[in-house]
Unconditional design. Structure first.
Length: 283
């Protein structure tokens, strides 16, 4: 009996695996068509100055509106894009869209300093042979000022390929672009090591922000990270701020920039533009 049960389990498992493999293959094919069919969209989440409550810039976040499956989250399809190499063409499209949008919003909603745009870069893009030229071309084409472009690279990506990546980061810095370490706190890197990367900004991961209201070790680590980043002259952006209490603590720690559902979720360009037009000054 046990044996029969075991076999049944094995068959269910096998069928599930088969279904997953098929689904994935299907998605791969669909993704190839997604750009041309205008199924991809860039959403924008405001990044807020914690002292004034004003919008200082945006993070560009990719969305895939699949014709049958609805909205597919980036954490699900970006790995597929990376494995198939589609990330190159998709990533370049995101950059162009975001730079174009940044330029437009800077003109429509002038402020000092200008609104910035922060774009996520996969490690596969960072190690692509012509990346620096491609980005330089996109900046020229769109008229986007490199000082107001930030590129986000995850801590784990940088740490794994440090030797390959540092010269590229230096070339990007030479273009005038700002570089952020994304999801900091999740990759077990030491901040003292990161000091040697040519970065301007540290984005503290949401899991750390979630812990700051608790009186435990994680909260102390988060506070220490922010302090050290500041003393190294780095700008700090807190990710995933959801409550007034989290904001109050971050403010008391001198963290100047933050993003999160407390202010706004990522929205499409039209809704984001409406938000900018209403010039919110959140408190
Ligand atoms: P990320 O770069 O760390 O982006 C922040 C994620 O946190 C976004 O998820 C955002 O919607 C979410 N978020 C922001 N505030 C809050 C909050 O208060 N609460 C909660 N629960 N979540 C919040 P999203 O848009 O699903 O993106 C997930 C990840 O996909 C991104 O993480 C990034 O690693 C990747 N990604 C998104 N767009 C791109 C892209 O254009 N290129 C590449 N290479 N990766 C991208
Ligand atoms: Mg990011
Ligand atoms: Mg992040
Ligand atoms: Mg994160």
């Amino acid at each position: 009996q046990a044996k029969a049960g075991g076999k049944a389990c094995y068959m269910v498992f096998d069928q599930t695996m088969h279904r997953h493999a098929l689904e994935r293959l299907q998605l791969e094919n669909d993704l190839r068509r997604a750009i041309d069919d205008h199924q991809l969209q860039v959403y924008y989440q405001p990044i807020i100055a914690t002292d004034t409550g004003r919008i200082t810039g945006f993070e560009a976040l990719l969305r895939w509106q699949h014709p049958e499956r609805g909205m597919i989250p980036p954490n699900y399809f970006i790995p597929i894009a990376e494995e198939t190499g589609l990330i190159q063409v998709i990533g370049q499209w995101v950059l162009r869209e975001a730079c174009q949008r940044a330029k437009l919003w800077q003109l429509t909603f002038p402020q000092s300093p200008s609104l910035f745009m922060s774009v996520n870069l996969s490690i596969h893009q960072l190690t692509y042979p012509n990346l620096v030229e491609i980005i330089a071309d996109i900046l020229t084409e769109t008229g986007c000022d490199p000082r107001y472009l930030k590129l986000e690279i995850t801590e784990s990506a940088i740490a794994q390929k440090a030797e390959t990546v540092i010269p590229i980061l230096e070339q990007l810095t030479a273009l005038g672009i700002q570089l952020c370490i994304d999801d900091f706190g999740t990759g077990y890197s030491s901040l003292s090591r990161l000091y040697y990367f040519p970065i301007t900004t540290l984005k503290v991961d949401r899991s750390f922000v979630a812990a700051i209201t608790q009186s435990n070790g994680t909260a102390k680590i988060a506070s220490a990270i922010i302090n050290l980043a500041h003393s190294l002259g780095l700008e700090v952006i807190a990710e995933g701020v959801e409550t007034e209490q989290q904001l109050a603590i971050l403010r008391s720690w001198g963290c100047q920039l933050a993003q999160g559902y407390h202010w706004a979720k990522p929205e499409n360009s039209q809704d984001t533009e409406a938000l900018l037009a209403s010039s919110p000054c959140w408190q």
